[in-house]
Design a protein around this ligand. Structure first.
Ligand SMILES: [Zn+2]
Length: 301
């Protein structure tokens, strides 16, 4: 089911009605048929008006969307589906204003919250994976109100550590983490979280990275010299940094420090699945069904 290839035409045809969307959610949530979330029993009474399933064994009531990002949404599932489809397929990301307009979503706030819920589901999905083998690791500054000081120590910008698995001459998977500063403790935290213990971290040898020598991961510092040389020694990490910066500047017109981790999650999610593009929609809906939801008030805090 998750492997199904969906072209735009097939998508449009398949999800014309709310009922078709509900059926699809049911099949992704309960591929072997209904399962009670509490006792795993496989039979339920269905309450048609309230859209509730009541377990025939323990009486526990659940709905198709309970505990998912779609719970109690007032936006039709069809619009959610289109949004997920477009966010998954557009490599550079999609503007929320554009989605609001074409999907006829009443307020910007609604589409903005929907976008963050989907992004959070994408980020959570990747949080459990670790990079393996040879990894290029570097840090960068993203966002900030004005073009200011460049390089390490630039003020008013968010600090991000980027790691790219580069087994041969092509990158495979990537991870990005926002950090309060690029210090030894922060680098150690990112490396522990994102890299397998057997991985080799190739860095420019800047002092914060020396901490890696004390971790299980192997450190391969490379003296880069000039900036041009750094681009040659770390081609993929620099390409990814340029792409994510371009997306955030061009499509999202800048992102605040607070929301940046979810945008980084969205970017890496798409990058890590770029070879499975036709399956992206089902993979994302599955992620949305499994993610912890986030509310507007949590986003505003
Ligand atoms: Zn039950």
């Amino acid at each position: 089911m998750q492997q199904e290839n969906l072209s735009l035409m097939a998508f449009q045809k398949k999800f014309r009605t709310e009922k078709a969307c509900q059926k699809h959610l049911f099949e992704l949530r309960w591929p072997q048929g209904y399962r009670c979330p509490r006792c795993q029993h496989d039979q339920a009474y269905f309450h048609r008006q309230r859209h509730l399933y009541a377990c025939k064994a323990c009486g526990y009531q659940t709905s198709l969307t309970a505990g998912t990002i779609f719970h109690k949404t007032r936006t039709p599932l069809r619009k959610w589906f289109w949004m997920i489809f477009l966010m998954g397929r557009q490599k550079s990301g999609v503007s929320m204003l554009f989605l609001q307009r074409i999907l006829e979503i009443r307020t910007y706030k609604t589409v903005w919250v929907m976008g963050h819920k989907i992004r959070k589901a994408m980020a959570e999905r990747d949080a459990d994976y670790q990079l393996a083998g040879l990894i290029e690791v570097d840090d960068t500054y993203i966002g900030g109100p004005k073009p200011g000081k460049r390089g390490r120590g630039a003020g008013g910008k968010s600090k991000v550590v980027v790691a790219v698995e580069t087994p041969g001459d092509k990158p495979r998977f990537a991870a990005m983490r926002q950090v309060p500063k690029v210090g030894a403790a922060e680098i150690a935290g990112v490396v522990r979280e994102c890299l397998e213990e057997e991985a080799i971290a190739r860095t420019d040898g800047w002092r914060a990275y020396r901490i890696i020598a004390s971790l299980p991961q192997r450190h391969e510092p490379v003296v880069t010299g000039s900036g041009k040389n750094a681009g040659r020694l770390f081609p993929w990490v620099h390409t990814l940094i340029a792409n994510v910066k371009g997306n955030i500047r061009g499509v999202y017109h800048g992102v605040s420090d607070k929301h940046l981790p979810r945008y980084l999650g969205e970017f890496c999610y798409r990058f890590n699945r770029r070879f499975w593009e036709p399956q992206m929609f089902n993979r994302m809906v599955t992620a949305c069904l499994n993610a912890q939801t986030v509310t507007f008030s949590e986003l505003r805090q």
